[in-house]
Design a protein around this ligand. Structure first.
Ligand code: CAA
Length: 368
């Protein structure tokens, strides 16, 4: 089977690599040779690391073609768009994809913030479009969220789920689309609470990150912001805000973007890195200071909202956080261990000041 991936950035090249590693003939299309070369380098670097785990780089590379011509993707049964988060750019890509693909091809977008239904509204074969939301770095992260738009045919959803499984990934299917899906709604809440703590003078950036690592998260919260790209975070946050998610005042992330400190990609964010794009784990010299119940409070409240609105089950939230963010345990699982009442108390303490902290009604029974 042939797979077309449009966009050779961090996520696009990673998804193409996963596709090629699964044996699919994979065509990567981008607008310039320079972007394609950078994508190829990223893939080679990743394959080199994976060679220790038995992956043969040359076999994978033989499955990949890089091109600036969309027509080289013709004959693909699955086409995934992984271009910048601008609706007009995405619509242009889908228009060009539709012109070369057969009407039965599955169309997918890896958007992390633009509603799938908004993209689908602007394309011809809206019933064939699904959201396939991968996580960074795609070769290592096991999760893919599978999101229907209001137009998606059930057959397209079934094919998407089958495709994700064929990549060796674990799909989590949302019953219906909500802005930010499951992952980014929860992720934004973690980032918002971390920001609030620092701006309220409760802890420093390093103390927050030490607290996150102390409960077993693979990265500190600000470290993960750097790793993801602070500009990406600000974009997602703005889109969620515009679509009605209750905000938490915080200026740290947008200030970083305005000074060009975008995280790993620019060589500097909350921490400094040896070169743009080169991630080296920051050394933390501070002790954990934030109680786990407070650190996770807003995220757990978001989980309760997602469950009470029938978007996913609590076990799906656990899967999302374990396989999409490498949490040591599921978020709901961790919340139960920390104590739901204790988390609710943290929320109540902050709710008079910030609306987002008002516990979802029946908070403890939803999560029990
Ligand atoms: N390809 C292949 N191997 C890689 C790799 C890549 N891209 N990146 C790291 N590795 C390997 C390293 O080579 C190393 O291998 P060895 O153990 O064999 O030496 C191993 O992974 C561990 O790497 P590091 O020692 O550099 O660092 P680490 O232990 O912190 O692991 C990590 C790195 C796997 C990324 C881990 O920190 C982690 O899971 N972090 C959380 C990532 C996360 O939350 N991602 C989701 C972001 S949100 C998102 O993507 C969605 C959105 O819409 C914004």
């Amino acid at each position: 089977m042939k797979v077309l991936v449009v966009g050779a950035g961090t996520m696009g090249s990673g998804i193409a690599q996963v596709s090629a590693m699964s044996g699919y003939d994979t065509v990567v299309v981008d607008v310039s040779k320079e972007f394609l070369d950078r994508g190829r380098e990223r893939i080679m670097d990743s394959l080199q690391r994976l060679s220790k785990r038995g992956v043969d780089p040359s076999t994978v590379l033989s499955k990949l073609t890089f091109s600036t011509e969309m027509k080289d993707g013709s004959g693909a049964e699955v086409a995934i768009e992984v271009v910048p988060e601008k609706l007009e750019i995405k619509l242009d890509v889908f228009k060009r994809m539709e012109s070369i693909l057969s009407s039965g091809s599955l169309l997918a977008t890896n958007t992390s913030s633009i509603p799938i239904s908004e993209i689908a509204s602007g394309i011809e074969r809206k019933q064939m479009l699904v959201g396939l939301h991968f996580f960074n770095p795609p070769p290592l992260m096991m999760l893919v969220e599978v999101i229907p738009s209001k137009f998606t045919e059930s057959d397209a959803m079934e094919r998407a789920l089958k495709f994700v499984k064929s990549l060796g990934k674990v799909p989590v299917r949302l019953a219906y689309e909500v802005p930010g899906f499951v992952s980014n709604r929860v992720f934004m809440r973690i980032l918002q609470e971390a920001c609030r703590e620092v701006e309220a003078g409760e802890a420093s950036v390093e103390e927050v990150d030490s607290s996150a690592r102390a409960i077993g998260l693979p990265m500190g919260i600000f470290e993960l912001a750097d790793y993801t790209g602070i500009d990406v975070i600000v974009d997602i946050w703005n889109i969620l805000k515009q679509r009605g998610m209750v905000d938490v005042p915080c200026s740290m992330y947008s200030k970083k973007v305005s000074t060009g400190e975008l995280g790993v990609k620019s060589g500097r964010g909350f921490y400094s890195y040896p070169a743009p794009g080169k991630f080296v784990k920051p050394k933390l010299n501070s002790q954990p200071k934030v109680p786990p119940a407070r650190l996770l409070s807003l995220a757990v409240n978001e989980a309760a909202w997602l469950i009470s609105n029938g978007v996913v089950r609590s076990s799906d939230i656990d899967t999302v956080m374990k396989l999409g963010f490498n949490f040591p345990k599921g978020l709901v699982e961790m919340a139960r261990e920390i104590g739901l009442r204790e988390i609710e108390n943290q929320l109540l303490q902050l709710s008079s000041k910030y609306k987002a902290y008002s516990p979802v009604s029946n908070f403890t029974s939803i999560l029990s």
